[in-house]
Write a new protein. Structure first.
Length: 375
């Protein structure tokens, strides 16, 4: 990560992306099954295949609504613990079949996140306008972002509000494009202000080469093409045996290998954080946290499942020469619960009447952040 020394770092979670139409984790399954998942295109075929899996593995009807499905953590954990060790999940699901299901699920997650963002951008409702005004109040040169989400809301909104297209992900990612005629990723040069955007669990606009271990980052509006790199012809034969799907797989621009895929720390009770790009991302997050004067949490509730990240926050906080200034922007029915989590974890540095905001990115919260930026 290039040395940028932001004076303020935003740590954002699902509640932040909610302003841009991205569902909270509790609503992910419903979002996956709806929208294009109800249509007859590729997403619809994938959802049908996932419904068949849930029917056979978890004994729910293929027409069951999202409220009857197992938690995504349970689905990913069962798949990963079997497939990653080379074991079946029952007699019907071999490791290779489980990997197809996993890739199909990630494909649908990527496409769902993009379609939800695009729908919100077209609506431009009150939440959208609130988020846009917040970004317009932020000077890109003075800030950095740490996100626990996979979506590209930060990148999209920085482009929308300030024309920023250069992002430092802190993991030696290579800026690239899938807009070429030869189905080979092409490296690109981006100019202008570079904003640190560290993704702790991966990002939907990244592709990773399993051969040369290069990580490529695409512009946010290419995430549908990123999803298209996940499923091979063999995968599609399992998902949609009655239709021939053209092989849309691209080659790595560094080594020429046909070995591109994603690397997510998915909803799972065993997050896979041992890949090189994640290790680099976490080091970069630590540097941002160590050097920034102000830590601003927006839409992040300190969930128990993020124990590794919570440990990083506490370790850096206690190892600094001087403590950072804190602010927390929360909202909704669970704002009081979020306050209790923060107050217990950071103690008296989090105070209701001073730096904890219960009503989202309202005028009080935005003004408080603006004062920190101008100090």
């Amino acid at each position: 990560m290039a040395k940028s020394n932001p004076k303020l770092v935003f740590i954002v979670g699902a509640g932040f992306s909610l302003y841009a139409g991205i569902p909270l984790q509790m609503d992910f399954t419903d979002a996956l099954l709806s929208g294009r998942g109800e249509a007859s295109g590729n997403s619809g075929k994938i959802v049908h295949h996932l419904r068949e899996f849930v029917n056979r593995a978890f004994d729910h009807k293929t027409t069951a609504g999202a409220q009857f499905w197992p938690e995504l953590e349970d689905i990913f954990t069962c798949i990963d613990l079997s497939a990653n060790t080379g074991h079946n999940l029952g007699p019907q699901f071999s490791p290779s079949e489980l990997r197809t299901i996993r890739r199909a699920l990630i494909y649908r997650i990527i496409t769902m996140l993009r379609e939800r963002y695009r729908d919100a951008r077209e609506r431009k409702d009150e939440d959208w306008q609130t988020l846009l005004k917040f970004f317009e109040s932020v000077r890109p040169r003075g800030v950095g972002f740490i996100a626990t989400n996979w979506d590209t809301v930060i990148e999209d909104m920085l482009t929308e509000s300030h024309g920023v297209r250069k992002f430092d992900y802190g993991c030696d990612g290579i800026s690239a494009t899938l807009r070429t005629a030869h189905k080979e990723i092409k490296e690109t040069e981006t100019t202008g202000t570079s904003v640190p955007v560290v993704k702790m669990h991966g990002s939907v606009n990244w592709l990773y080469c399993d051969n040369c271990r290069s990580l490529f980052s695409m512009q946010a509006d290419q995430t549908y093409k990123v999803a298209g790199q996940l499923l091979s012809s063999e995968d599609w034969k399992r998902i949609d045996p009655d239709t021939r799907h053209a092989n849309d797989r691209w080659h790595c621009g560094r080594c020429g290998g046909n070995s591109l895929g994603t690397r997510f720390a998915t909803f799972s009770y065993r997050k896979a954080l041992d890949f090189p790009m994640f290790q680099k991302s976490w080091f970069s997050a630590e540097r941002l946290l160590r050097e920034a004067n102000n830590w601003i949490f927006i839409g992040y509730s300190l969930p128990a499942a993020d124990f590794e990240f919570k440990y990083l926050l506490k370790r850096v906080q206690l190892s600094r020469r001087s403590a950072p200034n804190f602010a927390v922007v929360s909202g909704g029915e669970r704002a009081e619960q979020a306050y209790q989590h923060y107050q217990r974890f950071f103690g008296r540095k989090i105070m209701k009447s001073e730096n904890f905001f219960f009503h989202g990115l309202d005028k009080d919260a935005v003004d408080y952040i603006a004062d920190l930026l101008s100090a």
